[in-house]
Design a protein around this ligand. Structure first.
Ligand code: SF4
Length: 332
């Protein structure tokens, strides 16, 4: 974590000559302020006063990680709504099992994303804060120790390669990238020729994440997976899912370009698809809505009827038709 602290301090001092810094030059103080405010707000809510004093003095130290509230010194991770408070900089692990180091289990240039994102260079990070039984990443999303270490050198070389292949964006995916936010910020800050950034996420994170990523992300792609808490709980192990994700969708729509993506699940038309359409109609009718119909019964899905079967062949067309009838901005 010290490396994250140094890196971020460099950004503040204007040392790192990279796109992230250049683009964000005027907003860097806001970025730091947001972190500090986020830290104080979170501290007020969750940490006793003596611990608060210690953390505030830690932040004032020039050698302390400025991103302490992200994976707080001495730990206490509250990056996502699991709020495990695990000291990931030491041996402790939270629900996601991730340490403070991020690992890439695959990176490649892809043409399968939404048309406006094609082609993108996707970096797949292992580890996730959800446990979707139909996860296409399968064990890579459970085992945060898989893949090669995400280092500034590796990232810079990979980005150059992606650009040579025509990639227009770097897209962070998982697993779930948000659980690795400090490591990602570090490598992006040290990359000299950074393309626009796409953040593809399950949106099951704390709202402060938007402050920590402000100016560093160009487009959010939000996986809105479930239309009710019961399905989210039984299929992904997530509590308070709909209130958390819808809160974050509203926050994202205020701050950056947003694409809401929904993967149609067999047998989850009435409980998931239609409530999502209904919520979007009420709240974000103009937001780009991307409907995916390529569901495959991966990982543990075969144990969860009706997820064991593929989608009916006309599901995608029907879904798009209904979403358009409800006035939604369907892009795919
Ligand atoms: S990112 Fe991991 S350790 Fe941190 S709160 Fe979420 S699940 Fe827990």
């Amino acid at each position: 974590m010290m490396a994250v602290g140094r890196c971020t301090l460099d950004m503040i001092a204007g040392v790192a000559p990279n796109r992230l810094l250049v683009r964000r030059a005027s907003s860097v103080p806001c970025f730091v302020a947001a972190i500090l405010l986020g830290h104080l707000a979170a501290t007020t809510e969750l940490v006793p006063p003596d611990a608060m004093e210690k953390k505030m003095s830690g932040l004032a130290s020039p050698t302390s990680p400025i991103l302490a509230p992200v994976v707080e010194a001495p730990g206490r991770c509250r990056l996502c709504e699991r709020r495990c408070e695990a000291d990931r900089t030491a041996a402790a692990r939270g629900f996601c099992k991730a340490s403070s180091q991020a690992r890439v289990f695959r990176h490649r240039v892809e043409w399968g994303e939404e048309l406006e994102l094609v082609p993108s260079h996707l970096f797949y990070l292992s580890g996730c804060n959800l446990r979707c039984v139909f996860c296409i990443a399968e064990d890579n999303s459970v085992d945060a120790a898989r893949g090669r270490l995400l280092t500034p050198k590796f990232f810079a070389e990979a980005v150059r390669w992606g650009q040579s292949q025509g990639a227009r964006y770097v897209e962070w995916v998982g697993g779930e990238p948000t659980i690795h936010l400090p490591a990602i910020l570090e490598v992006m800050a040290s990359c000299e020729d950074l393309p626009p950034i796409v953040w593809k996420s399950n949106f099951y994170f704390v709202p402060d994440v938007f402050d920590w990523l402000a100016g560093a992300v160009d487009i959010y792609v939000a996986d809105f997976k479930f239309g009710n808490d019961q399905c989210a709980s039984s299929l992904a192990g997530a509590t308070r899912y709909t209130s958390i994700v819808t809160r974050n969708l509203l926050l994202a729509s205020d701050r950056a370009n947003l694409i809401v993506r929904h993967l149609l699940l067999p047998g989850h038309w009435d409980c998931c698809f239609l409530p999502i359409v209904s919520w979007l109609r009420e709240n974000l009718p103009k937001t780009k809505f991307s409907i995916w119909d390529g569901y495959l019964p991966c990982w543990r899905a075969r144990n969860y009827e009706p997820l064991a079967t593929p989608l009916p062949p006309d599901a995608g067309g029907r879904a798009r038709c209904i979403a358009r009838e409800h006035g939604l901005n369907v892009i795919q």
